[in-house]
Design a protein around this ligand. Structure first.
Ligand code: ACO
Length: 322
């Protein structure tokens, strides 16, 4: 049995922050941000009530309702995030409590922007092994709390939000999937962000924020993601044109267009919401999937390919029948 997506959901914070309003915070412009990234605005949490947990639970609940599944029917909850509210309990356990999914095992996965794909592949492996039959997978980030809001090279890129899918074990659904990591490249995208309070270890008192070498990440993405997609298609014995839609990690529209060009495919096959969501890391692919699904763009039997890259370094892809 393989993983079949049977419902989607998402949750975006109410506050929309435009490029123009960021130009009041740092020395930037709508023209610079749009031309380099395709981003026009992003949603950012703006109250104590909006948290990683609150967005994850709302997106998860919406996916269950879309699937017609009750929380009590879930065997597994996986949450992909690098921005949990707590170190422990995990966001997945907190979502379990919030939804009342009393029979589910729950844990978090940290593979940065590839996290949702790592979680989907993990669920698929559990289903293939016959261990579980139903799962809820949530990608959620509140990256706004990890960003240095005086650093114009990163603060304009990211947004907050959550996306979720309900998944069941089925004869059809997942066709092929892959994931990979290269820890030797980890220093191009780093967030330490935690003080060590051990009196025997002197680490200073500064909080670190997200650091990114943008050009190196760009080079990694435009090389690795098409390779990853090609190798997945090869594994499935399919051509790039056999796929109806490519739902890629929404980091930068220039990266998405470069991948479309490398695969010699029209941009219509690459739906994108980076313009109004920015980069929501582990949440980006499930938020986009929910948007595409709710717009009625997916028909039963469509072939979709999800793919992304992220800090770690990590990358992953999944080829599915809708
Ligand atoms: N507004 C105005 N100017 C800016 C801004 C800004 N927000 N940010 C940087 N600049 C300036 C720089 O200071 C630099 O000025 P200088 O030439 O005087 O030194 C100039 O713009 C060019 O900076 P670069 O970093 O070379 O700009 P680049 O064209 O590479 O674009 C960008 C930067 C958009 C970050 C690009 O490198 C990129 O998209 N990289 C990939 C980022 C990405 O995908 N991250 C995902 C991270 S998380 C994940 O999803 C894995």
């Amino acid at each position: 049995m393989r993983a079949k997506i049977i419902g989607t959901g998402s949750c975006l914070p109410e506050k929309i922050v435009t490029n123009d309003s960021l130009s009041g915070l740092v020395d930037t412009s709508d023209e610079w941000i749009q031309s380099r990234t395709g981003i026009r605005s992003r949603h950012l949490v703006s109250s104590k009530q909006e948290t990683t947990l609150s967005m994850a639970a709302k997106a998860g609940q919406a996916a269950l309702e879309d699937a017609g599944l009750l929380p009590q029917q879930l065997d597994l909850i996986l949450v992909a995030t690098v921005s949990s509210d707590f170190l422990t309990p995990s966001t997945a356990c907190m979502v379990q409590k919030e939804l009342g999914a009393c029979h589910a095992a729950a844990f978090d996965i940290n593979a940065a922007c590839s996290g949702f794909l790592f979680a989907l592949n993990t669920v698929d492996a559990y289903f293939q092994a016959g261990i579980y039959q139903t799962a809820l997978i949530i990608g959620v980030e509140t990256l706004s709390k990890l960003i240095d809001w005086s650093d114009r090279s990163t603060c304009v890129l990211f947004g907050d939000g959550a996306g979720a899918v309900a998944v069941k074990a089925s004869e059809e659904g997942m066709v092929a999937c892959l994931q990979g990591s290269d820890g030797s490249g980890g220093d191009i995208l780093v967030c330490k962000s935690r003080r060590n309070n051990n009196p025997y270890v002197h680490t200073g008192t500064d909080l670190d924020y997200l650091y990114m070498n943008g050009q190196e990440v760009f080079k990694f993405a435009v090389k690795k993601e098409p390779e990853c997609i090609q190798s997945l298609l090869q594994q499935a014995g399919m051509q790039p044109s056999d796929v109806d839609y490519y739902l890629l990690h929404q980091a930068n529209y220039r990266i998405i267009s470069s991948i479309a060009r490398k695969l010699k495919l029209p941009l219509e096959k690459f739906p994108s919401n980076v313009g109004h969501c920015g980069n929501t890391s582990a949440a980006s692919i499930p938020i986009l999937l929910d948007e595409v699904h709710k717009k009625g763009m997916l028909a039963e039997g469509n072939t979709i390919l999800l793919s992304g890259f992220g800090a770690g370094l990590t990358w992953g892809a999944a080829l599915l029948k809708w």
